[in-house]
Write a protein that binds this ligand. Structure first.
Ligand code: F6R
Length: 651
């Protein structure tokens, strides 16, 4: 939610002073980050005096700012109309509006009244109104209604304070760093901040509290990003900034301190996504590319997980004292999965498998509901968070709450070094690769896969399954990627089905047992991409109410249980008959040999045969393709659906 990029360069002989690299890096970063928010975008460039072309330079501000409501394209057009001078540093922001409508004025960067300081922000400043009132009383003029603007004015005030104080001034090369330390202590809420000071055009100061920030290390140039995608094409050498740290970044230096100014360190890591991950690779949309990458996402998530010597599944991170960690997992009496949206549906799927394999109760809770209902969590609870981004604030807070209550925590996450990962006791990475399209697709199947691996890990260390039983299930899982491919190969025919239904107003999705969360996810995909009303129901619930909705205008998708579950299958076939009797068209996803499905449905998508517990990994694929194709046939932007953002870093 909100993309942030920063660039410091221009001191290296290879990066000449008059280049437009600061601008190019910021715009490239914003292009890649646009999936985090696309209500408005803006940049600020800091130019040293020698770059100011006319004689009157001494009286000019060296800060150049451009910002525009709407998509990034509007900002690029604005820059073409009003070009910018070469610069040493740049900061860029793409916004997902929280406080204030998406207008030019509310777009970031925000600027101090004297045009000396510019600032961008991701997060929410909860005490903004109080701070604003006090600033206004001190004569500060506001130009936006955002919470962020208070921070730039506070920063300007504190900068003045630092510069007026001989002692403080001597303590730091960059007064902005010291001013930032003083400002962050006045803020409540969540924030990543990047600020530049026109008087020191070679430096950017960043601060992080409960919102993501990473640094990229280049050769004679350095970068900031709200995630590594911001600088992925320039360097793979990165530093994870930790909670409550301030970073002073120049072209050849990165100084990290805590909020009190004590020197500190971040965690170095290598980015293993290459730049092709951030491009469409010839596809029209990221979403199509990402659906087509699902076989690989599952295969990669499974790769090398099974330790032949110990007979155990391996996690990516475990606490230092592994024995104590595993001993605690042996004594837990409940698993709670916390997640949001699609990730929560992956958790709902995983519940069936984990309970079946481990014989332990599993609850699945929307992360934003979890900590506000006084849940029963203690040292005998394992809390598993599932998150693609690893930055979803609701999930992070739920996991943090669980840790505070003494629970053991394990994160299933797709993003190395993300906040949720850092705070969890154990980690199992999904290896879906970079997911750019706002609607989650390949992350979903890799989350289910990883959650299944976690189930098998628990089953083996708790003695619920022998090694050969675990291996047998791993073998079945390893066959899934090829079977997903068979469904991906039906892209065209499923798209044709969707095109034929492009004028529908409402769709129902029904599933039973492990097919139920798939129905929920199928409905979510259609809502968020095609802006069509869609509901997912447990098929057994139909007769308790939803059947009233059914008529000839209400197509119904039914996910049929596998033929290996004959009782369940028969019940859902009866549901289909009830639906047909009320005039609705029925579309099914069913086992390839399911004759009854073919008999009753207007259109059936054949599911390659897998054990019943693995069917969700296949069944979701046609539903994703259906939502994708229906949305594109309506001319909608599937990669950036309205009102959404990829990484929801506010509560
Ligand atoms: C829907 C979607 C969202 C996310 C949810 C959690 O397509 O993408 O529902 O699944 O916002 O995000 P992560 O997994 O990043 O925690």
């Amino acid at each position: 939610m909100c993309g942030i990029v920063g660039y410091a360069g221009g001191n290296d002989k290879n990066i000449v002073d008059d280049s437009d690299r600061a601008l190019v890096v910021a715009l490239n970063g914003l292009t890649r980050l646009e999936y985090r928010g696309y209500d408005s975008a803006g940049i600020a460039l800091c130019t040293r005096p020698s770059n100011i072309l006319d004689d009157d330079s001494a009286s000019k501000s060296y800060l150049q700012v451009r910002k525009k409501a709407g998509r990034l394209k509007n900002l690029i057009d604005e820059i073409e109309t009003h070009p910018l001078l070469p610069a040493q540093t740049s900061i860029g922001h793409t916004r997902w509006a929280t406080h204030g409508e998406p207008t030019d004025f509310n777009a970031h960067p925000h600027i101090s009244n004297d045009l000396r300081v510019a600032l961008i922000h991701n997060g929410i400043i909860e005490n903004a109104s109080k701070l604003r009132q006090a600033l206004e009383e001190r004569g500060v003029h506001f130009t936006s209604v955002t919470d962020t603007e208070v921070v730039v004015h506070l920063l300007r005030e504190e900068l003045r304070f630092v510069e007026d104080d001989d002692n403080l001034r001597k303590k730091t090369k960059y007064p902005l760093t010291h001013a930032m330390q003083r400002v962050v202590k006045q803020l409540n809420g969540t924030f990543t901040l990047l600020a530049v000071d026109a008087s020191f055009s070679d430096v950017i100061v960043g601060a992080k509290h409960d919102s993501p920030l990473v640094v990229g290390l280049g050769d004679g140039e350095n970068f900031f990003g709200s995630d590594v995608v911001a600088f992925i094409e320039y360097t793979s050498n990165a530093i994870e900034i930790q909670q409550d740290q301030i970073v002073t970044l120049t072209s050849n230096d990165v100084v990290i301190t805590d909020f009190d100014g004590n020197l500190s360190t971040g965690k170095h890591f290598t980015v293993d996504w290459d730049v092709s991950a951030a491009t469409k690779s010839g596809y029209k949309t990221f979403m199509e590319k990402e659906i087509r990458e699902e076989p690989k996402a599952v295969a990669d998530t499974l790769l090398g997980r099974f330790d032949e010597t110990t007979g155990c599944i391996k996690l990516d991170k475990v606490p230092h004292d592994v024995n104590a960690f595993e001993e605690r997992l042996r004594t837990i009496n409940k698993v709670i999965i916390v997640a949001c949206g699609t990730a929560a549906y992956a958790g709902l799927v995983a519940r069936y498998a984990i309970e079946h394999w481990c014989r332990i109760p599993v609850e699945v809770e929307l992360a934003h509901e979890f900590r506000y209902r006084d849940p029963i969590v203690n040292s005998e609870t394992l809390v598993v968070s599932i998150s693609q981004s690893g930055e979803t604030m609701d999930t992070l807070m739920a996991q943090r709450y669980a840790s505070e209550q003494g629970a053991q925590t394990i994160s299933i996450c797709n993003t190395k070094g993300a906040s949720i990962v850092r705070e969890a006791d154990g980690v199992l990475y999904t290896r879906a690769g970079l997911e750019v399209s706002v609607a989650s697709t390949k992350a979903f199947v890799s989350q289910i896969t990883a959650a299944y691996l976690l189930g098998l890990y628990l089953a083996s260390i708790r003695g619920n399954k022998y090694t050969d039983e675990v291996l047998e299930i791993v073998d079945d899982l390893c066959e899934v990627p090829d079977k997903i491919q068979e469904l991906v190969d039906q892209f065209e025919s499923i798209s044709n089905l969707a095109h034929g239904l492009r004028d529908i107003k409402s769709v129902l999705f029904l599933g039973r047992n492990i097919g139920y969360p798939v129905a929920l996810e199928g409905a979510l995909k259609l809502k968020e991409l095609a802006y069509i009303h869609a509901e997912g129901f447990a098929a057994g619930e139909l007769k308790h109410g939803p059947i009233a909705l059914i008529d000839a205008n209400m197509p119904v998708f039914v996910i049929l249980p596998s033929l290996s579950r004959p009782q369940l299958h028969a019940k859902v076939i009866s549901n289909i008959q009830e639906i047909k009797a009320r005039g609705a068209q029925v579309f099914t996803i069913a086992d390839a040999q399911d004759i009854q499905a073919h008999e009753h449905a207007t259109f059936t998508i054949d599911r390659p045969i897998v054990p019943s517990l693995l069917t969700p990994l296949l069944d979701i694929v046609p539903l994703q393709i259906f939502a994708y194709a229906l949305a594109t046939s309506k001319g909608l932007d599937v990669d950036k659906p309205r009102n959404l953002a990829k990484s929801v870093t506010v509560e």
